[in-house]
Ligand binder design. Structure first.
Ligand code: GDP
Ligand code: MN
Length: 346
């Protein structure tokens, strides 16, 4: 037998370790991080922690994206702390600028008068539009099917001892999250009406087993502001590359709300996932302890918390606090809640 045939043979007979390795080798996945050069001190800590808690065992590569050129110092500092390869990309101008149908004057006026978080920020709006419509089109991601989004100043609280991407693939999941939350209504005033107009035009994209009940309490009449926090995402790039999502993003982009309001990529991703995917392809990771200021996902299940050597306090878990939507996620999907969830609902 040649080595290749031997490997095949092993897969067929379901041999354990070797065939697992062969299967893992076929998963095309990467961490993706949009950062500035000035984020170096915080992204270094985040990646050091990600390596310790997960990637030293799995060695998935990294893709760093930036609207400016990464410095040599940035690149060498990153390479110094990772177990795998890193790719560094400059975002093309078309992915980080105004499309020609947008009035820059009107956008500037909105920023001057907007009284909400990041309301005055131009770069934040380019960032949200980029994370909604363009990161998955970056050529550095062309060879990948899966990604894990990583932001500076985030942290994993627990060891993640299994291959998360393999879990996603083998369990037929497309989108995974750790924290859910309600959006500030003022930032997305016309997002739902725009979404409704889109699905009226394209009912064929709405999955028959969708999760509308997670994002709407009145069967789609209004948006309840629930979304998955997109600073952590483990998902399939091919979902964003689908006709449904491309058309949805283009429709939103034409409507102008990324600039005339302050539409976040989190509600955009979440609404798309909830409507265009069957509900069982969306996954909550109770076991991935995670922090992004000011909230934590900390496993309430003691066995998971101990096995993962989690560094978080379970009392700090956000999942079942009133401002989270994870309680609703459990309800609409008829899932059994972990012991202790009730103490967060006073
Ligand atoms: P927040 O989590 O909504 O408060 O927003 P962040 O400030 O964390 O930004 C979200 C992500 O976009 C992070 O990964 C940031 O590093 C990145 N980001 C935000 N603004 C810019 C920018 O102007 N340039 C680049 N390259 N990255 C940015
Ligand atoms: Mn952030």
């Amino acid at each position: 037998l040649s080595a290749a045939d031997a490997a095949k043979e092993q897969e067929v007979v379901g041999d354990t370790s070797a065939s697992e390795d062969t299967k893992n080798a076929t998963i095309k996945a990467a961490f993706v991080s949009l950062v500035r050069n000035t984020d170096l001190p915080s992204i270094i800590e985040t990646i050091r922690n990600l390596e310790d808690r997960f990637n030293k065992k799995f060695n998935y590569p990294y893709v760093f994206l930036n609207n400016e050129l990464f410095t040599d110092d940035f690149k060498s500092a990153i390479k110094n702390v990772i177990s795998s390869e890193a790719h560094f990309g400059l975002i093309p101008k078309e992915h980080w600028s105004y499309p020609d149908w947008i009035s820059e004057e009107k956008a500037a006026y909105v920023r001057e008068t907007a009284d909400y978080i990041y309301g005055d920020s131009e770069s934040y709006r380019h960032m949200c539009r980029f994370e909604s419509g363009f990161f998955w089109q970056n050529e550095l991601l062309d060879d990948f099917d899966w990604y894990w989004r990583v932001e500076p100043d985030t942290k994993l609280h627990c060891d993640v001892d299994y291959d998360v991407f393999k879990f996603m693939r083998d369990n037929n999941k497309q989108y995974g999250f750790t924290v859910s939350i309600k959006e500030f209504e003022v930032t997305i005033k016309s997002l739902w009406d725009t979404t409704k107009a889109f699905i009226q035009k394209h009912p064929e994209y709405v999955d028959k087993n969708n999760m509308m009940d997670f994002i709407s309490n009145d069967k789609g009449k209004s948006y309840n502001l629930c979304h998955f926090w997109s600073n952590f995402e483990v998902a399939n790039l091919n979902f964003w590359r689908s006709d449904a999502y491309r058309k949805y993003f283009d429709y939103l982009d034409r409507a102008g709300g990324f600039f005339y309001e302050r539409w976040g990529d989190a509600p955009v991703h979440s609404i798309a996932a909830a409507l265009f995917l069957p509900r069982d392809q969306i996954h909550y990771f109770p076991d991935i302890g995670y922090f992004h200021a000011p909230y934590n996902n900390c496993p309430l299940d003691n066995d998971i918390w101990k096995k993962g050597k989690c560094s978080c306090e379970q009392d700090m878990d956000f999942s079942f606090q009133p401002y989270s939507c994870t309680n609703e996620y459990y309800e609409v999907n008829k899932m059994k809640k972990p012991a202790g969830w009730k103490k967060f609902r006073t």
